[in-house]
Design a protein around this ligand. Structure first.
Ligand SMILES: Cc1cc2nc3c(=O)[nH]c(=O)nc-3n(C[C@H](O)[C@H](O)[C@H](O)COP(=O)(O)OP(=O)(O)OC[C@H]3O[C@@H](n4cnc5c(N)ncnc54)[C@H](O)[C@@H]3O)c2cc1C
Length: 280
């Protein structure tokens, strides 16, 4: 690839941009990436998320809130997890996400799920759940490095286009920046040395940085898709400050390298337990 055709929708003109190297950063749907041969590892979990904003007098709270137990208006548990981010501009961001490993994933209407969650938290956050500020934004989220190949002879794929979202918590902004940083590093080498083979180091950098962590995270995605196990983990975890701190550090990718091995062992053990509850 030696560049791209760029269409300016305002004046409907198309310009050819030539480049020695191209960074593909066109997000989760990545039509550009697909045309260069990327595809998602179908057997790996992916996520879907939806969010919008509500006026709230609590918009300046210093804490975010996460919920592992989203309930409908009748108090029934729904698959998925919810979050609330106070934005500080008069609004709060409320959203829900769920993973493809969740039971009945394909049947879940995320708009209804968000509506249920907004009603669930309405009193506490003093919002009118029927009056969001704007239409909700939703999207499919490839995760855990599930999209590849991540390099070609003259291109590198980064961010959501490379499926870089963290399956533990749905964060993708960090990973988009980080993969861009790694790509810039190898591009620099390629430009300085005049050798396109320098791009190969990108795959190694990605693997060193995320390989093992994402493997554990994909396992975690399967574990939390099992309600019985999730209930047990929440019950035990919620009563142990040490365990919760450990879980939070795993979820935010803040483990020290020497802690990743034990975490992987713990999740492998959890995966064995999952097999005991195949229909849970
Ligand atoms: C509902 C929802 C909530 C989320 N919440 C969080 C969160 O709280 N924290 C977090 O860390 N992550 C969150 N994420 C994930 C996060 O948004 C993404 O991981 C992150 O934006 C990825 O950045 P990116 O630059 O790779 O892709 P994007 O942000 O998707 O950027 C890609 C850009 O490319 C443009 N583009 C695409 N195709 C073309 C084309 N052919 N020509 C020109 N331009 C093109 C798009 O318009 C877009 O601007 C959320 C995602 C969703 C769907």
């Amino acid at each position: 690839m030696r560049g791209a055709m760029v269409t300016n929708k305002e004046n409907n003109t198309t310009t050819a941009i030539h480049a020695d190297y191209v960074l593909i950063a066109d997000g989760a749907n990545s039509r550009f990436g697909r045309s260069m041969g990327t595809s998602r590892e179908k057997a790996w979990p992916y996520g879907t998320a939806i969010r919008t904003y509500w006026q709230s007098p609590r918009h300046q709270e210093p804490w975010i809130e996460s919920a592992l137990d989203v309930k409908d208006r009748n108090g029934n548990s729904m698959p998925g997890y919810g979050w609330i981010f106070p934005v500080g501009d008069g609004t709060i961001n409320i959203g829900v996400g769920l993973l493809s490993t969740f039971k009945n994933f394909k049947d879940v209407n995320t708009t209804h799920l968000l509506d249920s969650y907004a009603h669930m938290v309405a009193d506490k956050w003093e919002i009118d759940p029927t009056k969001p500020e704007c239409k909700a934004t939703s999207g499919k989220i490839p995760m855990g490095g599930s999209v590849g190949p991540k390099i070609g002879p003259t291109h590198i794929v980064i961010g959501d286009a490379a499926g870089s979202v963290n399956p533990f918590n749905g964060e993708g902004i960090d990973y988009a920046y980080e993969t861009a940083h790694m790509a810039a590093d190898v591009l620099h080498d390629a430009l300085v040395s005049g050798d396109a083979m320098a791009l190969k180091r990108y795959e190694q950098l990605i693997d060193d940085e995320y390989g093992q962590y994402f493997k554990v995270a994909r396992l975690f995605a399967r574990v939390i898709g099992q309600p019985v196990l999730m209930r047990e983990l929440s019950r035990v975890g919620i009563h142990s400050r040490t365990l919760m701190e450990w879980v939070l550090r795993i979820m935010a990718n803040l483990l020290r390298p020497d802690e990743i091995g034990p975490a992987e062992a713990a999740y492998k053990a959890a995966a064995k337990i999952v097999k005991l509850f195949p229909n849970a």
